[in-house]
Design a binder for this molecule. Structure first.
Ligand code: PLZ
Length: 447
C-alpha cells in the first residue's frame, strides 16, 4: 500500500496540541489571514502521508478527515507526486480552451467510464466543487429551457452566490451574504433518524411529500433539475433510506427533469463503491465530482448524458484554469491508485471497522443517538441522553479531547452535533482502531 512520503504510521505526541511552534504560527496566521476562515485543528502542518499528519513540533496526528474527503488516496500518494512532477516539468498551463492537452481528455474519458450508466457520456472540468455545481445548473437550465431547481434540507453545495442559494444552513455559510439567486426550492430530506413518521416510513413518506410539493407548488414542467447529495456530507452524513434517491431519479425521468447527483464528497471510493449512486443502481443524468478526484489538487467535473452535455453552444462552458494540466495529471494518478490499490474494497473494510466501533459506543453511551454512514463515511449523532435533542456541547468536548490526544476528527450537521469520520482510504487498520479507541474515551468523558 502506498503511503506517500513514507511517514511512520504511528501516533506520537511530544508536546501539547498546539505545541510552541504551532502556537507562534497561529498568532502569525491571525495577524495576516481574514478572521472569516475557521481552523479545525490548531497545528502548523509539516508533512502528511498515509493516515498521519506531522506538525512542526514533531507531533504525529491521526488524520480522520482526509482534508474533508479529499486525500482518499493519502497525502502525496506516489502516483500523484510522480505525475504532477512530470507535468510541471513539461508545462504548467496553456488553458484548455486555448491550446488543448491530453490529460484533460484522459480525465474526461476516465470519468465517463467510471460514473454510473453505460450510455454515452461526456464531461467538462472545473476548479472546485461549487463551480461544478454552478455549471451543472447552467447546463440543466439550458438543456430543459426551464428555470426552477429543487434542492433539499440539510444539503450543502458550496459557498459561491449560486451555491449559497442551494446550501441549506444559514450559519456560517449564508448569514449576511445575500441576496441569493432566485428559483431554488428546498424540499424535505429523507432523514430517517429525525423523520416524524419513523425511519421505516421515511423513504415512502418523504418521496410523497417532495413529489406532491413539486407537482402542486412548482409544476413539474417548470423544474429544470433536482440536485441532491446521495449521502449528505456537511449536513451530517444523512443517509436517505433505500428507494428515496431512486424514486427521485424515476420522477425526473418521467417529467423531463435533469437529475443531478452531487458526489463531491461521496465520490471516488469513499462510500464503498466508486460513487454512492452505484449502491442502488441509480444512473444520474449529470453528476458533479471534486475532492477525491485529484489527490488534493483543485479539480472538479460535471459528467453525464452526452445529449445534455452537448446541448451547450460552443464557448458556453469554460474558465481559465478549469482542468489545469497539473490537476489532471494528479487526477490520473489518483484514479490509477484507487483502481490498482482496490480502494473501493478498502473503504468497505475500514467502514466495517468504524461502524462496529461506533455501534458499540451507541450501546454504551446514551448521548449517541444515531450511528450511520456507508463505507468509509461514518458518523455519530450526539443527543441529550434519553432524548433526540441535539447535543452540540458534547461534540465540542469530544473534538477537543481527541485533539489533545492527537486525533483529528471533523464535525458536521445542521444542529452542530454530528461527528463524521473520513479517514484516507490508505490508513492502516491499527491507526484507525487507535483513533476509534480514543474517540470511545472521548465520548465516555462527555457523558
Ligand atoms: N458539494 C457535497 O461537500 C464541499 C466544504 C468545506 P468546494 N464540502 C466541504 C467548507 O466549509 O467550505 C462540497 C460538498 C458537496 C459541493 C461542495 C463544494 O465544494 O470544492 O468546497 O467548492
Amino acid at each position: 500500500m502506498t503511503t506517500g512520503p513514507h511517514i511512520p504510521q504511528e501516533r506520537k505526541l511530544v508536546t501539547a496540541i498546539p505545541g510552541p511552534k504551532s502556537q507562534a504560527f497561529i498568532e502569525r496566521r491571525s495577524a495576516a489571514v481574514s478572521a472569516g476562515l475557521g481552523m479545525s485543528f490548531p497545528v502548523l502542518v509539516e508533512k502528511a502521508g498515509g493516515g498521519i499528519i506531522v506538525d512542526v513540533d514533531g507531533n504525529s496526528i491521526i488524520d480522520m478527515g482526509a482534508g474533508i474527503a479529499v486525500v482518499n488516496v493519502g497525502n502525496s500518494a506516489d502516483r500523484v507526486v510522480e505525475n504532477v512532477q512530470n507535468q510541471v516539468a513539461a508545462f504548467t498551463h496553456t488553458c484548455f480552451m486555448v491550446a488543448p492537452y491530453m490529460g484533460y481528455v484522459e480525465v474526461c474519458e476516465a470519468l465517463n467510464r467510471l460514473t454510473p450508466g453505460t450510455g454515452k457520456k461526456k464531461s467538462a472540468l472545473f476548479n472546485s466543487g461549487a463551480e461544478a455545481l454552478e455549471n451543472a445548473v447552467k447546463i440543466a437550465r439550458r438543456f430543459t429551457k426551464r428555470e426552477a431547481v429543487v434542492v433539499f434540507e440539510h444539503g450543502y453545495h458550496g459557498r459561491t452566490n449560486l451555491t449559497m442559494a442551494m446550501t441549506a444552513k444559514n450559519m456560517p455559510y449564508k448569514d449576511g451574504f445575500g441576496p441569493f439567486a432566485p428559483e431554488f426550492y428546498r424540499m424535505p430530506m429523507a432523514y430517517p433518524y429525525r423523520w416524524p413518521g419513523g425511519p421505516e416510513k421515511c423513504a415512502e413518506e418523504a418521496l410523497d411529500v417532495v413529489i406532491h410539493k413539486i407537482e402542486k407548488e412548482l409544476g413539474a414542467d417548470r423544474v429544470a433539475a433536482i440536485v441532491i447529495e446521495p449521502i449528505q456530507g456537511e449536513g451530517g452524513f444523512v443517509v436517505p433510506p433505500k428507494g428515496f434517491i431512486k424514486g427521485l431519479s424515476d420522477f425526473c425521468t418521467k417529467n423531463g427533469i435533469v437529475f443531478i447527483a452531487d458526489e463531491v464528497q461521496t465520490g471516488f471510493a469513499r462510500t464503498g463503491s466508486m460513487f454512492a449512486c452505484d449502491d442502488e443502481g441509480v444512473v444520474p443524468d449529470l453528476m458533479t465530482t471534486a475532492k477525491g478526484i485529484a489527490g488534493g489538487l483543485p479539480l472538479a467535473a460535471v459528467t453525464g448524458r452526452a445529449d445534455i452535455m452537448d446541448s451547450i453552444h460552443v464557448g458556453g462552458l469554460g474558465g481559465t484554469y478549469g482542468g489545469s494540466p497539473v490537476a489532471c495529471a494528479a487526477a490520473l494518478g489518483a484514479i490509477a491508485t484507487i483502481e490498482e490499490e482496490k480502494l473501493v474494497d478498502r473503504a468497505n473494510h475500514l467502514g466495517s471497522i468504524m461502524s462496529d466501533a461506533l455501534n458499540a459506543m451507541k450501546k454504551k453511551y446514551p448521548i449517541v443517538g444515531d450511528v450511520r454512514g456507508r463505507g468509509a463515511m461514518q458518523a455519530l449523532e450526539l443527543v441529550l441522553a434519553g432524548s433526540d435533542e441535539p447535543n452540540p456541547a458534547a461534540l465540542t468536548s469530544i473534538v477537543k479531547y481527541c485533539q489533545q490526544k492527537g486525533v483529528l476528527i471533523l464535525s458536521a450537521g445542521t444542529y452542530g452535533n454530528v461527528i463524521r469520520l473520513l479517514p484516507p482510504l490508505v490508513m492502516p487498520d491499527h491507526l484507525l482502531k487507535e483513533a476509534l479507541q480514543i474517540l470511545d474515551e472521548a465520548v465516555a468523558q462527555a457523558q
